[in-house]
Design a protein around this ligand. Structure first.
Ligand code: U5P
Length: 410
């Protein structure tokens, strides 16, 4: 089934141009220790970090205490029966408000997201699963994209613990698409690591702590589809339904081993992560900042992975830049415009006219087909400039040297 692109209906159109640093979507700041205005002040460029807006809840994440219930042992509360319960679908303002009223009264929430990244440049958050001790909700984050900032009332309330598994990308997607942040995050992935479990996936925790078997086969399905088919609804609900009970057990085990402070420290670091556009990302890569592209010369890894000879570097770079330009313009992923394999084939056989591009074989994409002429010209120009560069300073010694450097650089 062909799905129309949901981003065409967004009230704020998608902007892939990166002409300024990422600006937090936050309009009001519930549970603030530092006022909103101060939290949105541009930090000037220094050393290897370009000018940027701060992560607006960084101070609160660092300074707020967790609820006492996180710090003390307690008898694990059993999950609600899987068969006897059903999730509530939330796709309008009134069900959202009703959900929020229940969430406000809870001491802890389990949260998870599903995300789509094939027919979009940056990605789209498609679904948010939320569970309390006695209810599950599935929130349509496409339909409610502009309404969800009210969830900051509970997400940034330090008295309400947010339990997520491996939240490092969820934290990014929440701030990028929905302007949401989390204060008092408990990441069960970090808990599992500190306890030295044999495996750290949610599937393993579900099986080991909740005796619930899942299949990962739905993880990469197209979460933009509406209505979501039953198996996907069930898969999504399972991601949070058992998580608070698992949290109870992990928390007790961490307290027994004196490892709870470390688990909270690691969780705080995840919650503090900041989203930034590729062109404004810090020069030094760290887990504190996430950007769509995190490598200095990403086309070099492509050459390394596919064993492309070094003299093709200019051509691979030009093709990579062409693909990125088209992907941004049409809001598609680079791999939808042309998968790596196709990019490598184009650089290897280097077709220099439309006809040659089109006769490359059966793996052509729509974008490569409709841009065959421009691609032929680009390849011709890149090959010519590579020859000119070579003739300019040719000596056998040089060639050996440049070969060595380009290999070790990768
Ligand atoms: N995801 C991937 N690749 C993976 C695992 C997850 O792209 O190997 C993305 C999917 O978009 C999925 C989202 O919707 O992460 C959340 O995964 P989960 O929380 O359901 O495991």
């Amino acid at each position: 089934k062909r799905i129309s692109k949901p981003q065409l209906n967004f009230t704020t159109p998608v902007d892939n141009t990166e002409t300024h640093p990422f600006k937090p979507l936050l309009k009001t700041k519930p549970n603030a220790l530092k006022p909103l205005k101060e939290s949105l002040r541009l930090v000037p460029e220094e050393d290897d970090i370009p000018a940027h807006y701060p992560q607006p809840y960084e101070y609160e994440i660092e300074h707020q205490e967790y609820n006492d219930s996180v710090l003390t042992k307690s008898t694990p509360i059993p999950s609600l029966s899987w068969e006897a319960s059903e999730a509530t679908w939330v796709d309008n303002k009134s069900t959202l408000d009703a959900m929020l009223q229940v969430l406000k009264k809870s001491k802890e929430l389990a949260v998870d997201l599903e995300h789509h990244d094939y027919r979009t440049y940056y990605g789209i958050t498609c679904l948010m699963q939320i569970s309390t001790r006695d209810q599950d909700w599935l929130v349509d984050t496409i339909a409610l994209r502009d309404e969800l900032s009210i969830l900051n009332e509970v997400f940034t309330d330090p008295k309400i613990t947010k339990v997520l598994h491996g939240a490092f990308m969820d934290i990014i997607w929440l701030q990028r698409d929905l302007g949401l942040y989390m204060v008092s995050l408990f990441d069960t992935y970090h808990a599992s690591r500190l306890l030295g479990s044999p495996k750290h996936s949610l599937a393993y925790l579900l099986e080991h702590y909740a005796r619930f078997k899942t299949s990962k086969k739905y993880q990469l399905s197209d979460w933009r589809v509406r209505p979501l088919p039953r198996p996907l609804l069930a898969y999504a609900r399972a991601d949070t339904h058992f998580l608070l009970n698992i949290y109870d057990q992990l928390k007790n085990a961490l307290l027994e081993k004196d490892k709870l402070p470390q688990a909270l420290h690691d969780s705080r670091n995840v919650a503090k992560r900041r989203y930034e556009y590729t062109s404004f990302r810090p020069k030094v890569i760290s887990s504190a900042v996430y950007s769509p592209v995190e490598k200095e010369e990403p086309w070099r890894s492509l050459m390394f992975q596919y064993n492309v000879p070094p003299e093709k570097a200019t051509l691979v770079k030009r093709l990579y830049e062409w693909r990125d330009f088209i992907a941004r313009r049409d809001d598609e992923s680079p791999r939808y415009v042309a998968p790596n394999q196709l990019l490598v084939s184009l650089s290897m056989s280097a077709p220099t006219d439309a006809w040659a591009v089109l006769s490359m074989g059966s793996f052509l994409t729509d974008h490569v087909r409709s841009n065959a002429k421009a691609l032929g010209q680009l390849i011709k120009r890149a090959s010519t400039s590579a020859i000119v560069e070579k003739l300019g300073d040719y000596s056998p010694e040089d060639e050996k040297l440049s070969h060595k450097t380009s290999v070790s650089e990768i």
